[in-house]
Design a protein around this ligand. Structure first.
Ligand code: UDP
Length: 316
């Protein structure tokens, strides 16, 4: 049994990571300030003797005295809607929060997983994106609070790897979806599914020709844990290379829910990337990991989840 500190553990990704670690027999110290995370995501784990929840803002401190075996830094608002609302907090958690995680990992000579993002590639001019591509990011645009915070956190990890032998592990996460996304999360999969269940208009931003590659949450978490448990510093892309236009996604969701929703077109947010698809050769070769759930199956499970929490109740 190992003790993992999961920072951001009450969030969408974090809570699924806590599940995986508890299920396989490890102990979890789950740290979250509940800004975008929710206690409801970890309610089922609270009675477990190997699970401890600590309400704490990692940007301020991460003082854990007991010995730990790994630090998983999943703390950050991740939906554009959330980081537009919490721009300073997003910059703080990517910089100060990451620094506090690094210090804890170093004190314990423990590996530290950094949840970075495909957003480090910005609006990419290389397609699909390989880890050696440096990206195309607007450093002062509205998305920069997230993109640059994550780019800074990667730079910080690499400096500590070089200077202090930090056992850093950098994952670049591509669009992830599934149960426990908030109905009002703002990201495209939850928006479309909830809108379809309610019979509300499906809001396509721009003309819907932009692409994303969607990874089901349990696949994503398996990849992140495989990286944390490996000797690979990375960065390593962890995502599903199945690439879809936003219009294709809208059609799939409408068909699968049998919804009578119509499609409406709204302005594209600024600096919205036009295409995104991971090259996952490194993850396959170095971690033996690849996703197993395709978009149709993952959407089915996500639709079932939103139906089960009655997300379609109003307006339908
Ligand atoms: N999007 C959309 N309708 C929505 C929400 C998002 O068309 O209701 C688009 C958004 O403009 C982007 C893509 O879907 O092109 C993915 O957006 P999301 O916020 O899920 O993640 P991102 O990859 O932009 O961080």
């Amino acid at each position: 049994m190992k003790t993992y500190v999961v920072v951001g553990g009450a969030g969408f990704l974090g809570s699924h990571m806590c599940d995986l670690l508890i299920d396989r027999g490890d102990a979890v110290l789950c740290v979250d300030n509940l800004v975008t995370g929710a206690k409801a995501n970890i309610e089922h784990l609270q009675p477990h003797e190997r699970f401890t929840f600590i309400e704490n803002a990692v940007s301020l401190s991460l003082d854990i005295d007991e010995p730990i075996d790994a630090v998983m830094n999943l703390a950050s608002p991740a939906s554009p809607k959330d980081y537009f609302r919490f721009p300073i907090e997003t910059l703080d958690v990517g910089s100060l929060g990451t620094r506090n995680c690094i210090d804890l990992a170093l004190r314990n000579d423990a590996p530290m997983l950094m949840a970075s993002t495909s957003e480090v590639y910005g609006d990419p001019t290389v397609h699909p994106q390989t880890e050696d591509y440096w990206g195309n990011v607007n450093p002062i645009g509205v998305r920069s609070v997230y993109d640059e915070a994550k780019r800074f956190s990667e730079a910080l990890i690499m400096a500590f790897v070089r200077e202090h032998g930090l056992r850093g592990r950098i994952a670049r996460i591509f669009n992830t979806y599934g149960p426990r996304m908030k109905p009002d999360d703002g990201r495209v999969v939850s928006n479309f599914v909830v809108q379809a269940l309610r019979g509300d208009p499906i809001t396509i931003y721009g003309d819907g020709s932009q692409t994303r590659s969607f990874c089901f949450v349990q696949d994503e978490i398996a990849g992140l844990v495989a990286l944390a448990d490996s000797n690979v510093v990375g960065p390593v892309n962890i995502g599903n290379p199945g690439e879809f236009t936003i219009s294709e996604l809208a059609t799939m969701v409408v068909d699968m829910t049998g919804s009578r929703s119509r499609l409406v077109y709204e302005p594209l947010p600024s600096d919205d990337p036009t295409q995104r698809c991971p090259d996952i050769t490194m993850a396959k070769e170095l971690l033996g990991w690849e996703p197993t759930v395709d978009l149709a199956e993952g959407l089915q499970r996500t639709i079932a989840y939103f139906s089960s929490i009655d997300a379609g109740a109003t307006g339908n």
